[in-house]
Design a protein around this ligand. Sequence first.
Ligand code: SF4
Length: 265
Amino acid sequence: MDRPPTGLESLREQVVTCRACPRLVAWREEVARRKRRAFREEDYWGRPVPGWGDPQARLLVVGLAPAAHGANRTGRMFTGDRSGEWLYRALFHAGFASAPRSLAAGDDLRLRDCYVTAALRCAPPGNRPAGQELRNCRPFLERELELLGQVRVIVALGRVAFAQVRLILASRGAVLPEPFPAFRHGLRIPLEEGRVLLASYHPSQQNTFTGRLTEDMFRKVWDEARELVGAAPLPPAGQEGPVPPKGARSRGQAPPPPPAPAAPG
Ligand code: SF4
């Protein structure tokens, strides 16, 4: 007998069928039709990208949005682009990921005690979402926060994600510092009940190519997250939390990831 879907699974179904933002629907589908030359043999995902990871995660990572030829192609957040290379390498070194690379939704990467999502689920042109699009998408992130009841540490990648997390915390009645600090890399904001919000520059090429964000700076964020989360025992083999989106393709090999479009930090 089929088991009923969990809250996260139901949410995923809602996310992947969403068409609330006409501009983004048109863009994600056009990118998926046109493709980048390096991926012309691939079927692009071309739909909203759900979060993924360990449902019992104590670490929540919030990015900006899927990259047009990254997650919009592979169907998994931060998968198939340079930003993802940075993120999963850092998560691996901090013990939150089973491998340092994220190639495709069907690879064997597993997240441990960690869930990766974004403020926006559809790739925006030029990585610039409109305010209304962020408002349309915010309930998905809000619902994820409700469903991920073990989260102790939130890492916001970039100022857009940071602002969205702040808005959600405020709307949920969280007691926040007043005045609320402006975004800066390395910022640490204590929340209620021992929870913590950390801010990091987004690992976009705009930041990593210019040296605004270095590997060392980025690793320190995850080392801090690890310390704050505590020395979590790893889940037993086979019970880690891979949650690839339904319908995402599984590939043994994927082509080398493309340059990711810039995302402001
Ligand atoms: S950005 Fe979010 S709200 Fe807008 S269409 Fe995509 S999933 Fe729906």
